[in-house]
Design a protein around this ligand. Structure first.
Ligand code: CA
Length: 334
C-alpha cells in the first residue's frame, strides 16, 4: 500500500544556530529551555542522530523512506521552530527555511512536499509568506507550532494570517510545542511538559480556543490538522458538547452558532502521528469517520517501522487506504 506521511520534521543549520544564540542570551522561555536541553540540543547518541536526521532533506531521508516503505513525506519545520525567536529574525529565517525546503521538494518531486513556516510574531508578514509559499514555492499548507510567546491564533492580531490561509486554501498544521508560559510551571516537574503529556494539553487547548472564540464563524472554510490522534479531543467531544449546552443555556459561556463537535468535524482533520493504539484509532474513526484521519510517522522523533506496522494493521481495506494515503492526496492536492 502507498503511504503518505504528513507530519515529518526538518530543521536548517541557520535556525539551529539562532536557537542556540537565543538560549545563550538567557532570554529564552522556560519551555523552550527544557525542550532544548532534553531533545533538540541533547548530547546522547540518540539526540545527536535525531539532529542529524532533522538536518537531512536529501538522499539520507529518501533512503530512510525507501527502507521503511514511505512513498511521500509532507515535510515541515520542526517544533518550536522560529516561534521562540525575536520577530524580525524569525520572519527572515522562516522565509529562508521555506526556500531550502522548496528546493528539496523540487529535487525530489513526488517524494517530498512542504508546508510553509511562518512567524506569527509578525502576522502581516506571515500572511505574505503564506501567499509566497502557496503561489511561488508550491507549498501545500502551513505549519504553526502552537502558541507564540503565550499567544494563540484566535487572538485579534492573527486575523491576517488566518485570512490568508483560508483565502489560499492552505490547511494549517497546528503542531505541538512546550506549553505556554502561563501553563508550563506545574508541568515542568517529572518531564510532563513534553510529548509525554504537555504537548497534547497545550495543542488541544489551542484547538479549543479556536472553536470557542467563534473563529470558524469568521473563517468557515479554514482547515486545521491536529497530530497525535487529534491530541485526545475525539475522546472528549461528547462531554464538550454536553457541557457546552448546559453552560451556554446558563449564560456561563458565549453561545456558538453550532455545536463544538460540529466545528471540530468540519474544520479539523487529525493524524496518527506518534500514536499506535488501535483502540484510540477505532474511537477516532467512530467519532470522526476515516475520511478525517491521515497517516503520519512523526519522523525522526518516532519509530517509522512501528507507525507503518500500525497503519498496515487497520482491518478495513477502505479505511486503511483512506488513512494511509487517499485523504492526504485529497487534502494536499497531490
Ligand atoms: Ca512532530
Amino acid at each position: 500500500m502507498k503511504r503518505i506521511a504528513v507530519e515529518e520534521a526538518f530543521i536548517t543549520p541557520e535556525i539551529l544556530a539562532a536557537m542556540k544564540r537565543k538560549l545563550e542570551s538567557g532570554s529564552a522561555e522556560l519551555g523552550f529551555r527544557l525542550l532544548a536541553e532534553s531533545i533538540l540540543f541533547g548530547t546522547s547518541p540518540g539526540a545527536q542522530l535525531m539532529q542529524q536526521r532533522l538536518l537531512d532533506i536529501g538522499e539520507g531521508r529518501i533512503a530512510q523512506m525507501d527502507a521503511t516503505g514511505t512513498d511521500v513525506q509532507i515535510i515541515s519545520l520542526t517544533s518550536p521552530g522560529i516561534q521562540v525567536l525575536d520577530a524580525a529574525e524569525a520572519t527572515a529565517l522562516a522565509a529562508h527555511s521555506n526556500d531550502v525546503l522548496a528546493q528539496a521538494t523540487q529535487r525530489f518531486p513526488g517524494r517530498f512536499y512542504g508546508l510553509t513556516a511562518v512567524a506569527p510574531q509578525e502576522p502581516e508578514r506571515a500572511a505574505d509568506e503564506i501567499e509566497r509559499g502557496a503561489s511561488k514555492l508550491g507549498m501545500r499548507g502551513v505549519i504553526i507550532n502552537s502558541h507564540t510567546f503565550g499567544q494563540y491564533l484566535d487572538e485579534e492580531q492573527f486575523t491576517p494570517l488566518l485570512a490568508a490561509a483560508q483565502a489560499l486554501n492552505q490547511p494549517i498544521y497546528l503542531h505541538p510545542r512546550d506549553p505556554s508560559p502561563q501553563m508550563i510551571q506545574p508541568m515542568a516537574a517529572y518531564g510532563l511538559f513534553s510529548a509525554i503529556w504537555g504537548f497534547a494539553i497545550e495543542t488541544g487547548l489551542h484547538a479549543m480556543r479556536l472553536i470557542f472564540s467563534g473563529t470558524f464563524d469568521k473563517f468557515p472554510n479554514l482547515k486545521f490538522l491536529l497530530g497525535h490522534m487529534g491530541e485526545a479531543l475525539p475522546f472528549w467531544l461528547q462531554r464538550i458538547d454536553n457541557r457546552y449546552l448546559v453552560m451556554s443555556k446558563a449564560g456561563a459561556l458565549k453561545p456558538l452558532k453550532r455545536l463544538p463537535s460540529e466545528y471540530f468535524k468540519d474544520n479539523f482533520l487529525i493524524t496518527t502521528s506518534g500514536v499506535t493504539s488501535m483502540p484510540a484509532l477505532e474511537l477516532s474513526m467512530k467519532v470522526l469517520g476515516a475520511e478525517r484521519i491521515l497517516y503520519a510517522a512523526d519522523y525522526p522523533y518516532e519509530s517509522v517501522e512501528e507507525a507503518v506496522a500500525f497503519v498496515d494493521s487497520i482491518p478495513d481495506v477502505e479505511a486503511r487506504a483512506a488513512i494511509g494515503y487517499r485523504n492526504a492526496e485529497r487534502l494536499f492536492r497531490l
